[in-house]
Each structure stands twice: as structure tokens, then as C-alpha cells.
Design a protein around this ligand. Structure first.
Ligand code: TRP
Length: 344
């Protein structure tokens, strides 16, 4: 099924969507192209839960709980700034739904240790954060808690970046095993919904933009620092004189233009020109700066439009609705596990 078909089906079948973010810092353009953009498009036709995964964030930030707490409303402000409409989405705070934690525990029995250790995303994070010698059980198990998030709301579509695909595979393995073992079909399998540009490289040319590694452009980046970041971008180290032929693949400026510059015809001409030689980096960087400033300026304005009380209210309302759904799912799970046979 391609993305257009999914969009059409959304209207017919009322697809249920769940996505989430860890509240560990400001969202950046990588989040936007990888996932926020899809959410904005899907909000009109689907039932969409957006989860602030504060418990998941604690798995590798347990030493700084205040930092996580302080980022929760920041994340809500970011959602509002890209126009995720509070009337069309259900915003959920993970830690306010203890049912998710219980679901996680039930699923833990169905996952082998080796399977978690082989999860490519987890493996990559362990390396990146140098957790090899201090790996906590909580961190290793976060894919299981993510499976709980997804299944609690019976989501069948998960708009995420490429790096989250292993989490969806893990979720579906749990779903199939649970349904088979306990002769039920109460859990639903889900599919990733990948955007056209599912991974945006970092501004220093690293494979992925990351909030922790300081190589990203934030959604509320000031105009001044946007300019600095764009003009510090790596292009092609062999493109020294304007007349030199330049490389487009792996060139950060072109990667960002690909994601944000809408005049595709013009962009293709620029790429040809650059490859041939005679097109300077400064021209391209100016174009990129204007393109990004156009996108970011209204987002930046909206960032501060809502008060903390308003943001909290939106989050509280959504979480109440979501908790009822999660409670229902948990009671089905408990029934399947024969945990409801005695009345206490
Ligand atoms: N792991 C996601 C991230 O790194 C956040 C997340 C938590 C999530 N629960 C989810 C994403 C459920 C999709 C579905 O940002």
C-alpha cells in the first residue's frame, strides 16, 4: 500500500494512528520531514494519538528527571507550532497512563533477551551513547514499552522515521505471539507510515540530524543562528573554485534543498549546473537560507502563542480520553492471561 492509498483508506476505514516523541529537547527539521509532516497531513482524516514518551525518555535520562519534565510543554509548543490541531489530535502523556506500564510487563514474557540485543536501533543508540558497559534493563526494554504504546490504542499506522521501523517489527512480533498463545485477536498489527524523506542528514554531514549532537536546525531556530548554521554546512570538499565540478550526492545543502525547496524543476537545473561546475556554494546557501527562513518564520511565531496552562489543558484532555482506551485494552489482555478469574 502506498502513502496515497493509505490516506484514502484512512477516510474509509478510520485508521488509528499512534506516534510519539521523547521529550529530550527541541524538535528539529529532521523530526519535521521524518514524522511531523506526515502527522500534519493525516490529522484531518484519521484518529491520531500523539504520545509524549516521558517514561521512555527516562530510560536513558534517569539521572535528570527535571530535564525531561521541563521538555514536556516544550514539545507541546512544538506540536502547536507546526499546526497539529488540538481538536483533531489526541495528545497523550505516557507517564499519566499506568496501564501502559502494566502492558509492558505482560509483553516482557514474550520477548527474548537476544532479540532486544539484536534490535538495530537499540544497538546503534548503545554505541552512540557509549552505553556498552552501563546498559540498563530499562533502556534495553524500551522497544517493549513502545509496543505497549502502539497496541494500547490499537493503532494500525505509525508515522515514524526510518530508524523506528525495527520498533514496529518488534511490536508485530509481540502482537502475533500474544494472539497465537492466548487464542485471541485483541491485539492489532501495525504498519509504519514513512514520509518521502524519512531521514535528514545532520548539518555537519553526519548520517542523521540529532538533537543531542548539535548538528540539527531546530523548528524555532532564530534567523541569526539559522544563517550561521546554513553557512557552516558541509558541501563538497573538492569544490574549491566555483568553476570546479561539484558533487550533489552526500552534499548537505542539496539534501536540505531536496527536503524543503518546492521548485523541483529549478532544483534539478541547479544540480546539473553544480555537477558541471560554475555554480558557487554561496548562491546555494543563500537559496537554502531563504527557503528555510520562509518555512521556520511562521513556526517560530506560533511557538510562543500558547501559554503553559493552555498547553497543559490540551495535554490533560487528550490523556483522559487515551487512558480510557488503554484501560479497555488492558482489561482484554488481563482476561486473556486469566488474571481476572478471582475477584479481589
Ligand atoms: N521512540 C520514539 C523516539 O525515539 C518515541 C516513541 C515512543 C514512539 N513511543 C512511540 C514512536 C510509539 C512511535 C510510536 O522518538
Amino acid at each position: 500500500m502506498n502513502n496515497d492509498m493509505i490516506k484514502t483508506n484512512c477516510m474509509i476505514n478510520q485508521n488509528i494512528i499512534l506516534t510519539g516523541d521523547r521529550p529530550t529537547g527541541s524538535l528539529h527539521l529532521g523530526h519535521y520531514v521524518g514524522s511531523l509532516k506526515s502527522r500534519v497531513a493525516l490529522q484531518h482524516s484519521c484518529k491520531q494519538f500523539i504520545l509524549i514518551a516521558d517514561m521512555q525518555a527516562l530510560t536513558d535520562n534517569f539521572e535528570r528527571p527535571k530535564f525531561i519534565k521541563n521538555n514536556i510543554l516544550q514539545l507541546m509548543a512544538a506540536y502547536m507550532s507546526v499546526e497539529l490541531n488540538p481538536d483533531k489530535n489526541i495528545f497523550v502523556l505516557q507517564s499519566a497512563i499506568p496501564e501502559l506500564a502494566e502492558l509492558t510487563i505482560h509483553y516482557m514474557n514474550l520477548v527474548h533477551l537476544g532479540r532486544l540485543q539484536r534490535n538495530p536501533t537499540v544497538k546503534h543508540e548503545i554505541e552512540q551513547k557509549s552505553l556498552e558497559n552501563s546498559l540498563s534493563i530499562g533502556f534495553l526494554c524500551y522497544p517493549i514499552s513502545q509496543a505497549a504504546d502502539i497496541t494500547a490504542f490499537k493503532a494500525n499506522l505509525v508515522p515514524v522515521g526510518q530508524d523506528q521501523v525495527p520498533m514496529i517489527e518488534q511490536t508485530n512480533e509481540i502482537v502475533r505471539k500474544f494472539n497465537r498463545l492466548y487464542y485471541t485477536n485483541c491485539l492489532k498489527e501495525c504498519k509504519p507510515y514513512l514520509s518521502d524523506v524519512s531521514r535528514l542528514m545532520g548539518i555537519n554531514g553526519a548520517e542523521k540530524a540529532g538533537k543531542s549532537t548539535n548538528n540539527a536546525i531546530f523548528l524555532n531556530e532564530s534567523s541569526k543562528s539559522l544563517k550561521e548554521k546554513v553557512f557552516s554546512m558541509y558541501t563538497d570538499s573538492n569544490h574549491i573554485k566555483i568553476s570546479d565540478p561539484g558533487q550533489v550526492e552526500g552534499n548537505v545543502v542539496f539534501a536540505y534543498l531536496d527536503a524543503f525547496y518546492n521548485n523541483i524543476e529549478h532544483l534539478n537545473e541547479l544540480k546539473q549546473h553544480y555537477k558541471k561546475g560554475g555554480l558557487g556554494d554561496v548562491y546555494l546557501k543563500k537559496l537554502l537560507f531563504d527557503t528555510l527562513e520562509n518555512f521556520i518564520a511562521p513556526v517560530r511565531d506560533k511557538y510562543n502563542q500558547y501559554s503553559n496552562d493552555e498547553l497543559l489543558d490540551i495535554l490533560r484532555t487528550g490523556t483522559e480520553i487515551a487512558r480510557k482506551v488503554a484501560k479497555n485494552t488492558l482489561s482484554e489482555i488481563r482476561q486473556a492471561l486469566c488474571l481476572t478469574n478471582f475477584k479481589f
